[in-house]
Write a protein that binds this ligand. Structure first.
Ligand SMILES: Nc1ncnc2c1ncn2[C@@H]1O[C@H](COP(=O)(O)OP(=O)(O)OP(=O)(O)O)[C@@H](O)[C@H]1O
Length: 313
């Protein structure tokens, strides 16, 4: 097991009180596994991604542990986390295209970054990884502004994985891309795993179809908690949580016109995480909710690797 997250709680401090963005998340990730993380906007996907690498000043680690390759990550301690970033855990951020320093040519930027980690650039290795994602070596002598959005994205992917981190977090890396560039990025991520540049990966996305293509397992989150986690095929073909089912039903189908079948979303909206209700957080929107749902559902393993938090599953 490369990553073990137990009862992780991460809250945001706001003027109105604390937003419980992650409220007791537990899951594991094996060596070599790609985990797709999906769920509606605001369910806590980015908070989970960020808390595993760099918590911002408004986030508070309210409980729980994160263990990577047998070592506890000091997620609440920004300075101590420095020893782990890039080397053990790395992120391709949500807005990777703007993550590059505009005032530096890329070669200088990479050199400075590695120097700050106490390492030199292995130019041959860097160029070989760039060529693997279709970037010519001349790119190193350009400023970020001289690259297209897709090229910047791929450059950030190469830089984030240069020190062969055990865990890579890809946070919404395909959302701003056209479909063929999305495929290229997905292929590159799979290639990084095959080449051993990263061991395992958390792929955060809204795109269930793309996740199904590349992920081994999919974890569905709802309102700061785990709803369901299972092998990718099981989530798509035999989901057990009512939320996962509705999420899949609300996907648009190519070839079906609005006039023939109205595109249904999931009625209602998620609860406020400032003061979330007791019991199952999906209860108010759930078509099969019953009295027992007033109690918090435990996460149960229905079949090997298939975890569901629902009394009715
Ligand atoms: N800086 C912040 N201060 C207060 N609340 C925040 C902050 N950032 C996020 N939140 C809240 O935390 C919850 C989880 O947000 P998060 O961004 O992790 O969700 P997400 O699933 O990644 O959403 P999206 O898909 O839109 O990126 C939401 O209720 C959000 O409003």
């Amino acid at each position: 097991m490369s990553l073990l997250v137990s009862e992780l709680k991460v809250y945001y401090r706001t003027l109105k009180g604390e937003v419980r963005a992650l409220d007791g998340m537990s899951f594991g990730l094996s060596d070599g596994e790609i985990l797709g993380l999906v769920g509606e906007s605001g369910c806590g996907k980015s908070t989970l991604a960020k808390s595993l690498i760099r918590m911002d000043g408004r986030m508070r680690h309210a409980g729980g542990r994160v263990v990577l390759d047998g070592e506890e990550l000091p997620i609440a301690d920004d300075r101590r986390m420095n020893d782990f970033r890039f080397r053990k855990v790395s992120i391709i951020p949500q807005y990777a295209m703007s993550a590059l320093n505009p005032t530096r040519k890329l070669r200088k930027m990479v050199t400075e970054l590695l120097a700050s980690r106490g390492t030199d650039v292995d130019t041959a290795e860097l160029e070989s990884r760039m060529s693997q994602v279709g970037l010519p070596r001349e790119v190193l002598d350009r400023y970020p502004i001289e690259l297209s959005g897709g090229m910047k994205q791929r450059m950030v992917m190469v830089i984030s994985t240069l020190l062969d981190p055990s865990l890579l977090i890809a946070d919404e890396v395909t959302s701003a891309l056209d479909v063929s560039t999305q495929k290229a990025v997905a292929r590159a991520l799979l290639g990084f795993r095959e080449s051993g540049y990263v061991k395992s990966m958390i792929f955060v996305t809204h795109d269930l179809a793309l996740t199904h293509h590349i992920a081994d397992t999919i974890m569905v989150m709802y309102a700061g908690k785990l709803a369901e986690k299972a092998p990718a095929d099981v989530i798509v073909k035999a989901p057990r949580h009512p939320y996962t089912r509705l999420l899949l039903d609300s996907l648009p189908e190519v070839g079906v016109r609005y006039a023939d079948r109205r595109l249904e979303g999931i009625a209602g909206s998620p609860p406020s995480l400032l003061d979330p209700p007791a019991g199952c957080r999906f209860r108010d929107r759930c078509p099969i909710a019953g009295d027992e749902c007033a109690q918090d559902p435990p996460v149960t393993e229905l079949a090997p690797g298939h975890h569901v938090a629902c009394w009715k599953a």
